[in-house]
Design a protein. Structure first.
Length: 201
């Protein structure tokens, strides 16, 4: 299945939570209305399976993952010792496209994915064009000289100034992952435990 390229607001309304990188007044007003011609009809109570699937959809939309990507990530973690939820969160947050967004080099994860896939992002001085690339602690992320004057990059960088996640360190147009991200670092709009249960069926 191809990656979704339609209206992003529709995805947020589908799960009833604003999990997009940006917001608008119109989205906030319509969040409780499911998209489609029957969106205003009374909602039915979700089953346990339905709740699990909804949480899984939130994570997929937020991080821009395909079904197979998220499934493989969860299955991979389930074979390891430790807190499964923490490890899933860590792997999601240390994707290269996500860290490019978190460092403020792009306004949205979609833009971050574009910058990465077009070869504008460097990891330890080497070009990496794989958005799902797993960044390790002490890896340095920077932007190529080609886009240092990009207006989108400059605006995003200025807006993010002073609002960097505690597991990251930024110096102008470069940044570093200084430790493993933890769930306590931010408030997630989805329940990781329900996602684990969904893929454990």
């Amino acid at each position: 299945m191809a990656r979704y390229t339609g209206p992003k607001h529709r995805l947020a309304r589908k799960v009833g939570v604003n999990i997009l990188d940006k917001s608008s007044a119109s989205l906030q007003r319509r969040l409780n209305i499911t998209p489609g011609v029957h969106g205003k009809k009374r909602k039915r109570r979700l089953s346990e399976y339905g709740l699990q699937m909804k949480e899984k959809q939130k994570a997929k939309i937020m991080y821009g993952l395909m079904e197979r990507q998220l499934k493989n990530l969860v299955k991979k973690v389930q074979t390891k010792r430790g807190d499964t939820g923490e490890m899933i969160f860590s792997l999601l947050e240390t994707r290269l496209d996500n860290l490019v967004y978190r460092l403020g080099f792009a306004k949205t994860r979609f833009n971050a994915r574009q910058f990465t896939s077009h070869g504008h992002i460097l990891v330890n001085g080497k070009k990496v064009n794989i958005p799902s690339y797993q960044v390790r602690v002490d890896d340095e992320i920077s932007v190529s000289d080609k886009i240092k004057d990009n207006p989108q990059l400059i605006t995003a960088s200025e807006e993010k100034e002073g609002n960097i996640m505690p597991f990251l360190k930024r110096n102008k147009l470069s940044g570093k992952l200084i430790r493993t991200p933890k769930k306590d670092d931010l408030e997630l709009p989805f329940n990781i435990q329900l996602i684990i249960e969904y893929y454990s069926r």
